[in-house]
Design a protein around this ligand. Sequence first.
Ligand code: NAI
Length: 462
Amino acid sequence: MVKHDLVILGAGPGGYIAAIRAAQLGMDVACIEKEKALGGTCLRIGCIPSKALLDSSEAWREVSSGGLKAHGVKVGGVELDLKTMMKRKARVVSALTTGVAGLFKKNKVTRYTGHGRIAGAGKVVVETADGKEEIEAEHILIATGSCCAELPGVELDHDRIGTSTEALSYQAVPESLIVIGAGFIGLELGSVWARLGAKVTVLEYLDRILPGVDLELANAMRKILAKQGLSFQLGVKVTGAKVVGDACEVTVDGGDPVTAERVLLAVGRKPVTDDIGLSTVGIEVDSRGRIPVDEHLKTGADGVYAIGDVIEGPMLAHKAEEEGIACVERIATGYGHVNYGVIPGIVYTHPEVAAVGKTEEELKEAGVEFRKGTFPFIANGRARALGETDGMVKILADAGTDRVLGVHIIGPRAGDLIAEAAAAMEYGATSEDIARTCHAHPTLSEVVKEAALAVSGRALHL
Ligand code: NAI
């Protein structure tokens, strides 16, 4: 029987990064993935294809809505070629998934294509179309990720009523689309189809959008998205959805049904822990289907670890990556750590929303005294030159020590700008540290510096 030092179930960002890092550390690593393409949901049917469509649809919106006119660029005969847009998306995905396969080869990671199942201590079975192969493992790492959560009453036909997977591949722009859930997925994919011409209605159970995001920013973003044509119905509990003739009918608690050509269900994701042999090593999942782990990402079973969407915490690719690295470093060296206080989150709407650390609401609830500095993009030279002036940076710093506790951004390339804030927080920076760091002019990053200055009332351009 083949034996490996480490066998990883799942080749998403958590699993494949862990495999590469473990190989770098000298382990004999195997990674089992049931899909032919490596990279998991993120690369195949999540982050990457959605960003490809977000960038393409934004280019369409910019040109077709006459956004270039202000630059003195007149464009005529603009046409949407959805087929080419989808082909480009597929090319972006395949370049990256084949890239992961190349990285596995380079790092001598053994790849098994099939369904992996734990079969007792130190044993894993890989099931393929050709049969079963049993392999031995000194350590087992579960990185099987998550799938779309369903909602009772919503009859998914995975065509007209579908999840993000279908919404990444509509063959024509729907005339109307109902999005259930105003979270990350609902707003990103809702934006794509609204830009391409669909009448998008977002139904959200809460009285706000983007749960978990700082409320001031979430409210500002709702107004920006409404201006872009997304219509929001908040405080609406969806109770069902089905195809009725040519339309999809969505029923809501205490209100009239709403109809549309298509429905996108985006009410969260759930861990994939079924049928991976957890009971053979005595692992029980919690009430939300997650695998309990200790601070070293170790499950209750000896030699079995879990990372990413199958355990507690935000379901984000980069969180899974950090855990994958920490987990295998811990196995190989005895040390490994994830700083859960500094995990950025980004919503790739236009403009983007990005955040790291605590929200105002969280600080108030915890009774932490803080000072707040905000600065708008409209007062920034580069944002003006770009014609991207919506949004602001908000920095929250401890009232006593001035240590940065949270940074929240709506604005152009907010997802890239947040990296500075994450690095600053990782080093325990104060708002004064950011304010005294030289930021190149003219750049969008000066908005971060100005917000840091604003914490002590010293913003220069306000
Ligand atoms: P989510 O948890 O972000 O949002 C789901 C929304 O659905 C919530 O606002 C919830 O209140 C609402 N909802 C639940 N039941 C409802 C009902 N019956 N009627 C109406 N509304 C209802 O989930 P989402 O957007 O599906 O994303 C799933 C995960 O994927 C998240 O953890 C997210 O972090 C991750 N993700 C991250 C992205 C990124 O980093 N840019 C992009 C896409 C997803």
